[in-house]
Write a protein that binds this ligand. Structure first.
Ligand SMILES: *[C@@H]1O[C@H](CO)[C@@H](O)[C@H](O)[C@H]1NC(C)=O
Ligand SMILES: *[C@@H]1O[C@H](CO)[C@@H](O)[C@H](O)[C@H]1NC(C)=O
Ligand SMILES: *[C@@H]1O[C@H](CO)[C@@H](O)[C@H](O)[C@H]1NC(C)=O
Ligand SMILES: *[C@@H]1O[C@H](CO)[C@@H](O)[C@H](O)[C@H]1NC(C)=O
Ligand SMILES: *[C@@H]1O[C@H](CO)[C@@H](O)[C@H](O)[C@H]1NC(C)=O
Ligand SMILES: *[C@@H]1O[C@H](CO)[C@@H](O)[C@H](O)[C@H]1NC(C)=O
Length: 549
């Protein structure tokens, strides 16, 4: 006879199993619902404006000319297409298709980049050019709509953005361009310096477009920024592969000494690796390797008391004190390090491949630790949502290595329950940013460890609960927060385009089983491009045209 204890344990285990099964199955459906809700609310109350407040339904366009760039619309196309591809619900599939057709029609007939307005080349490239290119890729791959609509618009936009390179003696583009006149315009502040991460975050888009069109000019323009940057500043010797966050475009010289993986620095590192993943050009892996080794040497620190691993800043140069502050933006690094280690293979497979070495093993372990830290930046907060910036606590015996956190700071700042980090009152906002769920998505698919899905589900539920806007008790839309340090959270009346382009997309892909990360590369705005075929590159003579020797 069966032992009753074993039997009841067995029944309980099965109940738990079925509970998780059904809960798991419903998560992607919950994300589809949030995505469609957010998009349809925008369509009803904000269309086709670039900036939208879901509480007041206020809206405006960004360009001076008053015309729309398609900021939210173009950024969202591929998320809708992925929803269409993966949904298992017939009514949602139909819904996604309707939205895609509506958007495509607008892009074809109403979106006009011939506008007398100055735009930032980086933001416009990653969001608009990136969105159009992945729209082209997915509409081709999934056989929905007309890919040429996206491609033609992408070419038109890229040709306008290309003019930002025209007048720079060094080859580094100015930070803005007038889309109609082609006038290239330097940054109006910071002594005219461009953010280093801005002109080094155009390469995936321009290179993918070069491979589709066979037009090598896009490739060469994007590539030409690196040689002056590396040689003029002697980055490998003087900076251990790292870069200050500003560069003077005329001379390629760095301006200031502030080194960080947060804003203005972040995607410089990201695009070194991702160019290698997209095009297999070896030089970019080498530059990435140098940067990561420099990062480990100078910036990777552990908090007190729990030893959470994070990436510190060096505001005054590598030889001076660190700042223990970390932007939420830095949380993409877990996923990046994991992709750099495995090149998109699962960790099990990657460890058996020829390229595996100690550096990659160390990168993988660091990826796990950083992703865990970023999860803690959600988990320890009252609403379970991360603030924009945290400041990590350091052990007393290391205090000379860090910018001081005073007794008064400790009293005035928000303290995490574990004591490992603080939040300054002005940094307690949450813009529904993607970087942590991005890393969680990569870590899950590369490790096959369900812990990451549990973290993702927890974060999803917190967004669903604490960023929702309700009318008559019914959820109507989702918005950014100006205060995530208290419950109820303070709502901000702005929906960032990356809520739809990135955060919901990465959450959605986290819960799909059929993701092959060796075949696609996401640009820094989560727009997926297919890994380039060597044969296509050779046909158009798309090869690396520079070296450090
Ligand atoms: C579409 O979904 C299928 C699984 O249903 C998947 O195998 C395929 O990779 C997806 N395609 C894209 C482009 O995401
Ligand atoms: C499909 O989704 C719709 C809402 O979009 C829902 O009403 C319906 O119950 C779902 N069908 C199934 C079979 O889950
Ligand atoms: C290739 O791209 C450049 C840069 O935008 C453009 O000026 C040129 O006209 C393009 N060439 C062709 C053949 O389309
Ligand atoms: C992932 O883990 C599950 C068990 O949780 C297992 O069934 C599956 O085969 C694993 N997949 C891979 C690719 O290792
Ligand atoms: C999904 O189901 C598995 C068991 O089938 C469970 O271990 C896991 O915690 C569930 N939840 C998530 C978010 O993966
Ligand atoms: C390919 O590019 C290289 C370097 O720019 C150049 O020397 C060579 O002539 C080109 N070949 C073709 C077939 O265009």
């Amino acid at each position: 006879m069966l032992n009753p204890v074993i039997l009841s344990v067995g029944v309980a285990a099965m109940a738990v199993f079925y509970y998780f099964q059904s809960r798991n199955a419903s998560v992607p459906f919950q994300i589809e619902k949030i995505l469609l809700q957010s998009f349809k609310d925008y369509k009803k109350n904000g269309w086709p404006y670039d900036v939208y407040g879901p509480i007041s339904h206020s809206h405006r366009n960004m360009p001076r000319s008053g015309q729309p760039l398609g900021w939210i619309i173009v950024d969202t196309i591929d998320t809708l297409m992925l929803g269409y591809n993966y949904t298992t619900n017939k009514s949602n599939k139909k819904e996604f298709l309707e939205q895609i057709q509506f958007v495509e029609n607008w892009v074809e007939n109403d979106l006009d980049y011939n506008m007398d307005s100055e735009v930032n080349i980086f933001e416009t490239t990653i969001r608009m050019l990136g969105g159009l290119l992945s729209g082209y890729y997915l509409s081709t791959d999934l056989n929905i709509g007309n890919p040429e609509v996206y491609l033609n618009k992408a070419i038109d936009l890229a040709d306008r953005l290309s003019l930002s390179f025209a007048n720079s003696p060094s080859g580094i583009p100015y930070s803005s361009v007038n889309l109609r006149t082609g006038e290239a315009i330097k940054n109006h502040v910071d002594n005219g310096a461009s953010s280093t991460a801005e002109f080094t975050t155009l390469q995936l888009e321009f290179k993918y477009l070069a491979s589709i069109t066979g037009n090598k000019t896009y490739w060469k323009l994007a590539e030409q920024v690196y040689e002056p940057l590396y040689k003029v500043n002697n980055i490998l010797e003087q900076y251990d592969g790292l870069v200050p966050i500003y560069t003077l475009p005329d001379t390629a010289q760095f301006w200031g000494r502030n080194i960080r993986f947060g804003s203005r620095g972040d995607s410089f590192y990201e695009y070194l690796l991702k160019q290698y993943l997209l095009t297999h050009e070896g030089i970019y892996y080498d530059l990435y390797r140098a940067a990561i080794n420099g990062m480990k040497k100078h910036l990777v620190k552990e908090s007190f008391p729990s030893g959470l691993t994070y990436i510190a800043e060096k505001p005054n140069g590598l030889e001076y004190q660190a700042s223990s502050k970390m932007d939420h933006l830095v949380c993409f690094m877990g996923g990046l390090l994991a992709m750099g280690a495995t090149e998109g293979h699962t960790i099990k497979t990657a460890r058996n491949m020829n390229f595996w070495d100690e550096d990659r093993e160390d990168d993988w372990l660091l990826a796990m630790k950083l992703t865990h830290t970023c999860y803690q930046m959600y988990h320890q907060l009252p609403a379970g949502l991360s603030p924009e910036i945290v400041v990590f606590n350091y052990p007393e015996e290391q205090r000379n290595e860090f910018e001081e956190i005073t007794q008064l700071d400790r009293q005035n700042w928000w303290n995490s329950p574990s004591g490992d980090f603080f939040v300054k009152p002005l940094d307690g906002h949450n813009l529904q940013r993607p970087e942590t769920v991005e890393s969680i998505m990569f870590m899950y698919h590369l490790s096959n460890d369900t812990t990451y899905r549990e973290w993702g589900e927890e974060i999803l539920n917190n967004f669903a609960e604490h960023t929702a806007i309700k009318g008559n008790g019914i959820v109507e839309a989702y918005t950014s927060l100006n205060d995530c340090l208290h419950v109820p959270t303070g709502k901000k009346d702005n929906m960032e385009s990356f809520w739809l382009a990135e955060t919901l997309k990465y959450l959605y892909l986290l819960f799909q089983d059929d993701i092959d990360l060796t075949e696609i590369v996401f640009n820094t705005e989560a727009h997926p491009f297919p890994v380039l075929e060597i044969a296509d590159m050779e046909k158009s003579n798309l090869t690396t045209g520079w070296g450090l020797k």
